[in-house]
Design a protein around this ligand. Structure first.
Ligand code: NAD
Ligand code: ISE
Length: 338
């Protein structure tokens, strides 16, 4: 069976996912797509020689009887509406992060999915599909380094566009760390603080960049996130875990360090597309394979809710500069993993 996919939003990641569904993955076909700028849909269809229906409204994609499963890749504030509509239509939906831009929006999705009685939502947190994070988790789980004490994360983008705001540092970029560190440590957050250093001259007017976040987990692990979204030199994601009996450093994706002409150098990825290319392939192939079996796995609406709740506390902390509690309710049995 081929899973017939409808895509909502054909911006940067929407196009990249259309490329992978068309040229990389097995068992799926793009049959429809929408964007508020409908001409861009036809352009993407032409680029990948797709014969599909172009709509100017995401609800038409969801309602189409030709569409089995939905990819929501439009801008963050539009996600909630489309994910709720997909749940109502009973169609599996892969939604790029953030699941919704508010914790309340994520909670509405969680409630709608539980009322539907089965998982329909996978959130586009791709890092748990990345080989480097998986190796790090295997090392930590082996117990050879003792208990984790401190996690040092780096999240650097070369640059961001004009529409990027200070808040997005927390709600759009650091949500990846909020999700992956919970997954890595099997722990939940207790508090968050955001510290704002001197601003870079490269930030667009008014944007606080860099930002430094300190999170504490319920077990007392301290996490630092060094976010710098206009670092200029490339896309750099790092994660070092200081444990009782040693330190685990997340490896880099396969790179060959080179010594030549008096220099030692190593390629730095240009952007998230390059750094996580394989992880995106695996997460979407898994969505497609599961959709064939009428099921959904991977990062859940609950994971999306926890990340956005942590981001909401981060927003309070950003304004106050104070250590702010992160209040996450108990995970419902519906989402508890075996
Ligand atoms: P983008 O601005 O390039 O694309 C967004 C697209 O959505 C645009 O084409 C816009 O016209 C369209 N759009 C806006 N409102 C719409 C609506 N109501 N219906 C249909 N289309 C609509 O942004 P992007 O970088 O592609 O990001 C899109 C989403 O993907 C964001 O939520 C972002 O956080 C997420 N993202 C995730 C990753 C990742 O690493 N997982 C990377 C990049 C972006
Ligand atoms: C972007 O939206 C992503 O999700 C990237 O993975 C992240 O690194 C970047 O900071 C975000 O803006």
């Amino acid at each position: 069976m081929t899973v017939r996919i409808g895509v909502i939003g054909v911006g940067m990641i929407g196009q990249d996912h259309i490329r992978r569904c068309t040229q990389v993955l097995n068992g799926c076909q793009i049959v429809a797509a929408s964007d508020i700028n409908v001409q861009s849909v036809q352009k993407v269809f032409d680029q990948y020689q797709i014969t599909g229906k172009a709509y100017d409204n995401g609800h038409d994609v969801i309602a189409s009887p030709e569409v089995d499963a939905i990819l929501v890749t439009s801008s963050g504030p539009t996600h909630e509406e489309y994910v709720l509509a997909a749940i109502k239509a009973g169609k599996p939906v892969f939604c790029e992060k953030p699941l919704a831009v508010t914790a309340q929006g994520c909670e509405r999705i969680v409630k709608a999915e539980m009322a539907a009685g089965k998982r329909l939502v996978q959130v586009g947190f791709m890092r748990s599909f990345d080989a480097c994070y998986r190796k790090l988790k295997t090392t930590l789980s082996s117990g050879q380094l003792g208990e984790p004490l401190v996690v040092k994360c780096v999240h650097h983008n070369a640059e961001v566009g004009d529409s990027y705001t200070t808040d997005m540092g927390v709600t759009d970029s650091m949500v990846h760390e909020f999700d992956i560190i919970r997954w890595l440590l099997n722990d939940d957050y207790h508090s968050i603080q955001v510290v704002s250093p001197r601003r870079t001259k490269h930030a667009h007017h008014g944007v606080q960049d860099p930002q430094m976040v300190l999170l504490k987990t319920k077990k007392g692990v301290l996490i630092t996130i060094d976010l710098f979204v206009n670092c200029q030199y490339g896309y750099d994601i790092r994660c070092d875990v200081v444990c009782e009996d040693g330190i685990a450093y997340m490896p880099s994706p396969l790179q060959v360090p080179v010594r030549t002409r008096g220099q030692l150098s190593e390629h730095v990825n240009a952007d998230w597309r390059e750094r996580f290319i394989v992880a995106y392939d695996i997460e979407l192939q898994s969505f497609v394979d599961n959709a064939k079996q009428q099921r959904v796995e991977g990062p859940s609406a609950w994971d999306g809710f926890v990340a956005s709740t942590t981001a909401a506390a981060g927003m309070v902390a950003l304004t106050s500069g104070q250590i702010t509690p992160v209040d996450i309710p108990d995970c419902p049995a519906f989402y508890r993993k075996a």
